[in-house]
Design a protein around this ligand. Structure first.
Ligand SMILES: O=C(O)[C@@H](CO)OP(=O)(O)O
Length: 253
């Protein structure tokens, strides 16, 4: 069984180097192009799909739209779920990553960005950015008041993404569906950690490039066999380094 994961193309806030999390910002022009390129790569390499999953955030939704447009597969069913949203970055959302590194130090920013179980400072409950106060999450709020986050560590993100993967996505793969997921840097890192059983110190250095299809192969039981990024290895490496460098104090955009 194969699963294709794509991190959304560059967003406007990626370009401005701002902590984004659940902020619903759109793709930049570069991001739109990256998404279309991902669609062309998948088409050229003979990939096809039966079912797509994405988050509630428009940078991932629009990435999927561009991919499906390029593949002439706009008619494919798409399931949207907040369970695939980016990690909730709490009160860091909207702050510039480099300015935050200047203020608190690069080490602290790396801890906030990449540590396994350290959460960012949480939003106040009264903050209008609290998902429990937002229209798109009203169903979840009425079911249970406490499942929507005010901030998340990677571990918290794993605890919401992985059960969704096992209960819903893996189930459809086992039914024979070819699945494409358009998601986010840290919701994909959550899956990478789970698939490859990475240790907390190993996931720290994993950075997911924007708009590059990542193909996982599993055995029939769902056990990880191998993975590969589709595209030019040098370009992919440089994109990963760019993501890692966003927490540097000297990078302002
Ligand atoms: O700001 C964010 O939401 C994420 C992804 O863009 O950033 P980081 O790579 O710092 O986890």
């Amino acid at each position: 069984m194969k699963l294709v994961l794509v991190r959304h193309g560059e967003s406007i806030w990626n370009k401005e180097n701002l902590f984004t999390g659940w902020t619903d910002v759109d793709l930049s022009e570069t991001g739109e192009k990256e998404a279309a390129d991902a669609g062309r790569t998948l088409l050229e390499q003979g990939y096809d799909f039966d079912l797509c999953y994405t988050s509630y955030l428009k940078r991932a939704i629009h990435t999927l739209d561009h991919i499906l447009e390029e593949m002439d597969r706009c008619w494919l069913p798409v399931v949207k779920t907040w369970k695939l949203n980016e990690r909730h970055y709490g009160a860091l959302q909207g702050l510039n990553k480099s300015e935050t590194a200047l203020k608190y130090g690069e080490e602290q920013v790396k801890i906030w960005r990449r540590s396994f179980d350290i959460a960012p400072p949480f939003l106040e409950e009264t903050d209008p950015r609290n998902p429990a106060l937002q229209e798109q999450y009203r169903q979840e709020k009425s079911q249970s008041g406490d499942i929507l986050p005010l901030g998340e560590s990677l571990k918290d993100t794993i605890e919401r993404v992985v059960p969704y993967y096992n209960d819903v996505i893996l189930k459809s793969m086992k039914e024979g569906k070819r699945v494409l997921v358009a998601a986010h840097g840290n919701s994909i890192r959550a899956l990478v950690q789970y698939f490859e059983n990475l240790k907390p110190e190993e996931i720290v250095d994993v950075n997911i490039p924007t708009g590059i299809p990542l193909v996982y192969e599993f055995d029939e039981a769902g056990k990880f066999i191998k993975k590969e990024y589709l595209g030019d290895p040098e370009a992919i490496k440089s994109k990963m380094e760019k993501v890692a460098a966003q927490g540097s104090a000297s990078k302002t955009s």
